[in-house]
Design a protein. Structure first.
Length: 146
């Protein structure tokens, strides 16, 4: 019975885990940027440009002081792995809890009375920071592929 269960386990190598991490970070970042784009297009004008540029500044801060540390921690855990691991091992279990909290906060913010153009600054900040930080995953994926 145990062997049958082991065969059902979606196991992949560390190269796939690194690629999966990078791709997921890009996709989530694009989703957040799309929300912000819609909100800023509805706002229009110079205010939308100012808010968008503010989001860009926030993203650089989040990328450098926040997400790069998470990426390095995940890579430090993934790269020494030998053999195949569960496909969900691209991040630690503790990180899954953080993801659930972030999703709940995002839903809460979208349904809050905070004006959407102001929320776009945070969404651009987090979305673009995710994309920028994903480049480190993709860099290591290329190195593992060579």
């Amino acid at each position: 019975m145990d062997r049958k269960l082991q065969r059902l386990k979606p196991a992949v190598g560390k190269q796939t885990l690194v690629l999966l991490s990078g791709v997921l970070w890009v996709l989530v970042g694009l989703m957040l940027l799309n929300y912000a784009r819609q909100w800023l297009m509805a706002q229009g004008g110079a205010a939308a440009v100012a808010l968008g540029l503010s989001g860009l500044g926030v993203s650089l801060f989040i990328h450098h002081f926040g997400f790069l540390r998470v990426v390095d921690k995940n890579l430090g855990r993934i790269l020494p792995m030998q053999g195949k691991r569960c496909v969900f091992a691209f991040q630690s279990w503790k990180s899954y809890l953080i993801v659930v909290i972030m999703i709940a906060m995002g839903v809460g913010l979208r349904h809050s009375p905070i004006p959407k153009p102001y929320l776009s600054v945070l969404y651009i900040g987090i979305g673009l920071a995710l994309i920028l930080s994903s480049f480190r995953y993709l860099k290591y994926y290329r190195e593992l592929s060579d």
